[in-house]
Design a protein around this ligand. Structure first.
Ligand SMILES: Cc1ncc(COP(=O)(O)O)c(C=O)c1O
Length: 488
């Protein structure tokens, strides 16, 4: 990963060598030495994702770029022995901690047998075993693989429209998504993403998709609860589908939590109504569980809390426990059957070079083993309740709004006159040794499931201290830095 000569001495244990502990003392301070070197070289050579590079420039005051040398458990270690608690599971991918010995061992074993083989015309044990296990877990028996979440969304959209074409209904080729929805940033996925910051520059490239109101529980009116807000959004969906179903191939939804919309959470009633409406109007229900799948919301898959099954299910991120890129679209027998034919052109002629990569599939199998071996869903109930208690002082803070939780996802909003308040907040969190990310005026924590009580305390006290530090900055009348910011 980096030249050996420049590798810092490795602390004798995961936590030794750190200048901080759960006492909240600053752990990412001004960058020096090796950290500064990697930062400078990265800024010269790497175009970082989802980033206005200028915010990293100069002294990095607006948005520091943090070099990471290695990671273990919930900790990210820099090049000089300091560490950060990965409070967002590295963009929501990590489940059982970094560098998990069981996943690492499975990968090494797989590497000794088969690194890669193309999946068109060939097959291999890890992809077969993974497909069988995912089918048993979801009731969706046909697994089509890709690498990233956005590619899975592209596949689901193409599969849906092509299914209707094969079924003799080519007019059903449009899509409808939910306000604030996020499904990735390739051109097809971006077309069903409703986040202006990501869309605007590419609007001329995007095929128009419709958007229906979000069931976001924060939008509940006076006297309304989350279930009523969900019913109201479902009624709007019903009106929309009644008018447009003849041209609509699929509805795409992030079940229970619209993460990139600022961890907008909704009642499972919305999913039940969406399922009924999609059945009534012959529209596919595509569930995007790329962010919320694999236990994040409390059940293995979020849609299980609504007691429904989608027509197409997109999975990625946690699928490999956060080690390698892999995504999959699982489909019903009915959709699969529409492609099964003598005519080649009626088949699903989509491919990616690394589709079903054996290493990634093996990491996914090891991840599924960990769910079974550690009884993770049950222990997450305890971990999440413990974290919720630790977060209570933050949730009760007079400046915090809509403190909310769904399973192992914690989020809170802070209203401020500073347009970049949340970004400043995240920067102060880094100074507390905690990685949090802002989305609009929302901050959230989505830690790996293996977070211990002491680590949870470090996360919660760091998040509270960072809030106080940002409020002090606001009170001191700091001017906003460049632009409003968001990102995920
Ligand atoms: C719900 C959802 N769908 C799709 C994606 C896109 O996944 P990827 O970034 O792997 O392309 C994301 C990424 O955050 C997501 O949260």
């Amino acid at each position: 990963m980096y030249p050996k000569a420049e590798r810092p001495a490795r602390p004798s244990s995961a936590l030794a060598g750190s200048v901080t502990g759960p006492d909240g003392a600053p752990s990412v301070g001004p960058l020096t030495g090796l950290n500064e070197d990697w930062r400078r070289r990265s800024l010269a050579a790497v175009w970082h994702p989802c980033t206005q590079m200028k915010l990293h420039a100069a002294d990095g005051a607006a948005q520091p770029l943090v070099p990471i040398a290695r990671a273990e458990g919930v900790w990210l270690h820099d090049f000089e022995g300091r560490r950060l608690l990965d409070g967002i599971s590295s963009w929501w991918v990590n489940l059982f901690g970094h560098n998990h010995p069981a996943i690492r061992a499975a990968l090494v074993e797989q590497l000794n047998e088969l690194d890669h083989v193309m999946l068109a015309g060939f097959t291999h044990a890890p992809v077969v075993q993974l497909s069988e296990r995912l089918a048993a877990l979801t009731g969706l028996g046909h697994a089509f693989y890709a690498s990233d979440g956005a590619s899975a969304v592209e596949i689901a959209l193409k599969m849906s429209a092509h299914h209707w074409r094969n079924a003799g209904r080519p007019a059903k080729c449009r899509f409808v998504g939910v306000a604030g929805g996020y499904h990735g940033e390739t051109v097809g996925a971006l077309a069903v993403t409703d986040i202006a910051l990501f869309r605007e520059a590419y609007a001329p490239l995007l095929r128009l998709a419709a958007t229906v109101p979000s069931p976001d529980a924060r939008a509940a009116g006076d006297g309304e609860d989350a279930a009523a807000a969900a019913e109201r959004a479902a009624a709007a969906l019903a009106d929309w589908l009644a008018a447009h179903h003849a041209q609509t191939a699929a509805l795409i939804v992030e079940p229970l939590v619209q993460c990139a919309a600022g961890m907008a959470m909704h009642h499972p009633r919305y999913l039940q109504r969406a399922r009924e409406l999609c059945d009534r109007y012959q529209v596919h229900l595509v569930l995007d569980e790329i962010a919320v799948g694999f236990g994040r919301t409390g059940t293995l898959f979020a849609h299980q809390q609504a007691g429904i099954r989608p027509d197409l299910l997109c999975l990625s991120k946690g699928l490999t426990g956060g080690t390698l890129p892999l995504s999959v679209v699982l489909s019903t027998d009915a959709i699969y059957a529409a492609f099964y034919d003598d005519a080649v052109a009626r088949g699903f002629l989509h491919s990616h070079s690394y589709t079903g990569n054996p290493l990634a599939c093996r990491a996914a199998l090891a991840t599924l083993d960990l769910f079974e071996q550690t009884d993770a869903l049950r222990s997450n109930v305890v971990t999440a309740a413990r974290l919720a208690a630790l977060f209570e002082p933050l949730s009760m803070h007079p400046r915090v709004r809509h403190a909310r939780r769904q399973g192992m996802i914690f989020a809170w909003d802070v209203a401020s006159s500073l347009p970049d308040f949340a970004r400043r907040y995240a920067r102060h969190a880094l100074e507390q040794g905690v990685l949090l990310r802002p989305i609009g005026s929302t901050l959230y924590a989505m830690p790996p499931y293996v977070i211990s009580e002491a680590e949870g305390e470090h996360l919660a006290t760091g998040a509270l201290a960072a809030l106080e530090a940002t409020l002090a900055e606001e009170a001191a009348g700091h001017m906003p830095t460049q632009g409003e910011v968001d990102g995920v």
